[in-house]
Design a protein around this ligand. Structure first.
Ligand SMILES: Nc1ncnc2c1ncn2[C@@H]1O[C@H](COP(=O)(O)OP(=O)(O)OP(=O)(O)O)[C@@H](O)[C@H]1O
Ligand SMILES: [Mg+2]
Length: 268
């Protein structure tokens, strides 16, 4: 445990970006709702997965809900990146009725469990509940998260809000999002919502309320200086936490993220 951890008695979840946690009192306060935003290819999914994987390795149960890539292709990507998936019990949720069986299997396994759910399971449920397109996706996703909580999941990733917006026809997006965030807050899980930023990077979320509804915002970036492109990370906000808003270079090597400050920026 780092010396800065629990400095204020708060239970914190590390970002597992080395050197960044040290800059934010050890990590994210548990039960926060955190937006992970960035343009395409900024490693949003990988940063979120890295948190879950490492927390699961500590014995927690977590769920990664992907509405973009399938669970299978995402797991393959994370495995290629060097996350030793064989060390955990990676469970794929295909159908919500299976959840109880999955929980049982999670409990009886000697390895800690990470549950992956993808669009396939959501689609099956949307069909089976036979509700109109409006808000049904939202309800189904809330139900899956509720089930995850019953399965003792302490962390959840939704990848991504942007995909959810494509699937859901909101009548009153700002109100519906407000209630969705309220739901996440009440359920008491640390939630990571991935948000794909437009290329002009002017908004953290499509409806421009995600940023104030969220407790924390981690921004990932690709910055071009001459022809050299560097990955960057910054903590735009983190409620209840003394943090810097400085921008760090982000490195991924040997299966782990690291933030560098003033670390060899390319010469201009
Ligand atoms: N060791 C590595 N193995 C595989 N990909 C890597 C590695 N290091 C960096 N990457 C980069 O990670 C990127 C993909 O990461 P990830 O899927 O997490 O990004 P993302 O922001 O979620 O992307 P998307 O916008 O497609 O959802 C790829 O563009 C790849 O270049
Ligand atoms: Mg992604």
């Amino acid at each position: 445990m780092g010396k800065n951890e629990q400095i204020d008695g708060k239970n914190r979840i590390k970002t597992y970006i080395k050197e960044l946690d040290e800059q934010m009192q050890g990590g994210i306060p548990a039960n926060h709702i955190v937006l992970i935003c960035g343009t395409s290819g900024t490693m949003k999914s990988s940063v979120a997965f890295s948190v879950l994987f490492n927390e699961v390795m500590q014995g927690k149960t977590a769920m990664y809900l992907t509405l973009e890539q399938s669970s299978k292709s995402l797991a393959q990507h994370f495995s290629n990146m060097g996350f030793p998936l064989s060390k955990i019990n990676l469970l794929t949720l295909d159908n919500l009725a299976q959840v109880d069986a999955l929980v049982k299997s999670a409990k009886s396994s000697s390895r800690p469990s990470l549950i992956m759910a993808d669009l396939g399971v959501v689609r099956k449920m949307v069909k089976s509940v036979k509700i109109g397109p409006t808000a049904s996706w939202m309800n189904v996703i809330s139900n899956i998260i509720r089930k995850a909580k019953q399965a003792n999941c302490e962390l959840v990733v939704l990848d991504s809000l942007s995909a959810l917006y494509i699937l859901t026809k909101f009548e009153h997006p700002r109100t519906e999002l407000f209630y969705f965030f309220e739901f996440l807050r009440e359920i008491g899980m640390t939630s990571f919502l991935i948000s794909e930023m437009p290329l002009d990077k002017k908004k953290y979320g499509a409806y421009e309320i995600e940023d104030f509804l969220a407790d924390g915002i981690i921004k990932l970036d690709l910055v071009e200086r001459q022809r050299k492109v560097t990955r960057e990370v910054s903590v735009v906000k983190m409620r209840g936490t003394r943090t810097t808003i400085d921008v760090f270079s982000l490195e991924f090597a040997n299966g782990a993220f690291k933030a560098l400050y003033g670390g060899q920026p390319p010469l201009i």
